[in-house]
Write a protein that binds this ligand. Structure first.
Ligand code: GLN
Length: 543
């Protein structure tokens, strides 16, 4: 059995320099050379998974096919490499400690005292080495910033791993920021020098540096970084800011990062085929027009909370060679809701939890339905579509979801039992917050002859990812059908409503799942592609 080669990606100076995107871009470049890759992330926070973290703090919760509630970087990994991530590809400090403590309770350590080195670090090492036999490269990102207390066990595990694997099978890429000081008129390398020194003090010498800056650096800066950080000049990658994420693999290639990595691992005879990335960039650079889409949600001032949604909209725009002007609206701001509704060519009501801004979202759905504006409702957006129909078409004034409090007309309610494959799953209203949701990929049957079937190009069954507790209450289904709602997607056992649409509308689809998680730049999700198409067609009608 041959082990793959391991690329460890660390970050210094400040957080949010883009380690996730850099790791994903390295993966994409190695794929362009014909290698297979797998990406993993080591995340220092103590939560067992990000499922319970407020999206304002850590960005969106990205759901994997196997139901893992992971980090938004896992979304970047999938979008850049096209490889579905798994719950097990993210390891948090919380997971490491729960597993070590569970083993200690079972007596697996035979009475020895449990320590960070070697017990915690061994657990981290076995995560990095698990299930990697089938790939050429494993790219392993370490979350956080070098110097953080929480990162230490992870960095120590990497130091040990590099000793075990040898330099010829492992490499460390360190990502830093070069701040610009206007009064000196210079980019400063000192913070990068310090963060490399910090890494070296724990026994890791990075072989490559990726240096972020607003506009790129000059040759003198490269020389200085090389001298003070002990990294060869041709291993220092210039990473200027770019307005288009998917330009980054091309930028890294221009800096010869992929060539240098291949030479480092003695893999000289490969050449990168970057056609898909070049085609994408070309289409992005020359749009034939602009469509305006309004997203009526909650986190309008923190778009990291809607990362996959943002990306899925942009993939669909590029697929049509259109620029998408997205207006993010916090639905608590009623005046803005009213104003933006009249300006946009398409409307999205995204997923969400809790009661905040609900009436503004329902107003957006009603507007889309009555004014024939193309509409996509996602998860909570689908549940509110049902509530809107029940209130305004069935005239059930109290129609609501039990998520928002007690109601006499629970058109959306908690589902307590459902089947996942052959296994019965159960949840209760007062269950543990982490782990009571319908999570991950579930099949959905598509009714032929519907807009949904048209969007999915006639497929009879698709798999989409879920993350929710509540479901459409099927006792209202018949009455809702009578007022024009068509249940065009259902679970194979017929019990759960997955998709609804209005036939008498140019394009109105609401889905219980999250299509945005599966959209990729070179395989945009059909629902977003069709929404943008409908919005573009409708654009002239709305002038
Ligand atoms: N809050 C709703 C539920 O739990 C919708 C969840 C979502 O939009 N992701 O069912």
């Amino acid at each position: 059995m041959t082990l793959p080669r391991f690329i460890f990606v660390t970050g210094g100076v400040v957080s949010s320099v883009g380690k996730g995107i850099a790791s994903a871009s390295v993966g994409a470049l190695l794929q362009a050379h014909g290698f297979s890759v797998r990406l993993k992330k080591l995340e220092p926070y103590l939560n067992v998974d990000p499922g319970t973290i407020n999206p304002y703090k850590h960005g969106e919760v990205y759901v994997t096919n196997d139901g893992g509630e992971t980090d938004l970087d896992m979304g970047h990994y999938e979008r850049f490499t096209g490889i579905p991530t798994r719950a097990m590809d993210l390891l948090t400090t919380g997971k490491v400690y729960s597993s070590v403590i569970a083993r200690e309770r079972r007596g697996d350590y035979l009475g020895s005292d449990i320590q960070v080195v070697p017990h915690i670090t061994d657990e981290i090492k076995s995560f990095v080495l698990a299930e990697v036999q089938d790939v050429d490269f494993v790219i392993c990102e370490v979350g956080g910033t070098v110097g953080d207390i929480e990162s230490l066990p992870f960095l120590e595990a990497i130091r040990q791993l590099r000793l075990d694997l040898g330099r010829e099978r492992s490499v460390n890429i360190h990502l830093t920021l070069l701040p610009y000081i206007p009064s000196a008129g210079e980019l400063k390398t000192k913070p990068s020098q310090h963060s490399v020194r910090e890494l070296r003090s724990i026994g890791i010498q990075p072989e490559f540096l990726i240096c972020r800056s607003a506009n790129g650096f000059e040759e003198a800066t490269r020389k200085k970084l090389s001298l003070f950080c002990n990294v060869p000049e041709n291993h220092i990658v210039d990473a200027p800011d770019t307005p288009w994420l998917y330009q980054i693999p091309l930028n890294f290639h221009k800096s010869d990062l992929d060539g240098a990595l291949c030479r480092y691992f003695s893999l000289e005879n490969t050449r990168a085929n970057l056609t898909i990335w070049e085609d994408l960039a070309a289409r992005w650079q020359s749009p034939k027009g602009t469509v305006c889409i309004g997203v009526f949600g909650k986190y309008a001032h923190f778009l990291e909370a809607y990362k996959s949604l943002q990306e899925a909209i942009s993939h669909a725009g590029v697929a049509h060679s259109l620029k998408v002007d997205v207006r993010w609206v916090d639905t608590e701001d009623k005046d803005r809701v009213r104003q933006v509704l009249t300006e946009v060519h398409g409307i999205i009501v995204p997923g969400g939890f809790g009661t905040r801004g609900i009436s503004g979202k329902i107003a957006a759905i009603r507007y889309a339905r009555e004014n024939k504006v193309p509409f996509l409702g996602i998860c909570l957006g689908m549940q509110l579509t049902i509530i809107e129909a029940a209130r305004h078409l069935l005239h059930l004034q109290n129609a609501s979801s039990t998520e928002f409090g007690e109601t006499t007309e629970p058109v959306i309610a908690l589902m307590t039992e459902w089947m996942q494959g052959a296994q019965l799953q159960r949840r209760t209203a007062c269950g543990d917050m982490g782990g009571t949701m319908r999570l991950g990929a579930y099949p959905c049957l598509i009714q032929p002859g519907t807009r949904l079937a048209e969007a999915y190009a006639g497929q009879e069954q698709v798999e989409e990812r879920h993350r929710h507790r509540y479901e459409v209450n099927s006792t209202y289904k018949k009455r809702l059908e009578e007022v024009g709602l068509c249940f065009s997607g259902i679970s194979p056992d017929g019990r759960l409503s997955e998709v609804v649409e209005y036939k008498e509308h140019p394009w109105f689809i609401a889905v219980q799942y999250h299509p945005e998680f599966k959209s990729r730049p070179f395989a945009p999700h059909p629902l977003f592609v069709h929404l943008i198409q409908a919005a573009w067609t409708q654009k002239d009608c709305r002038k």
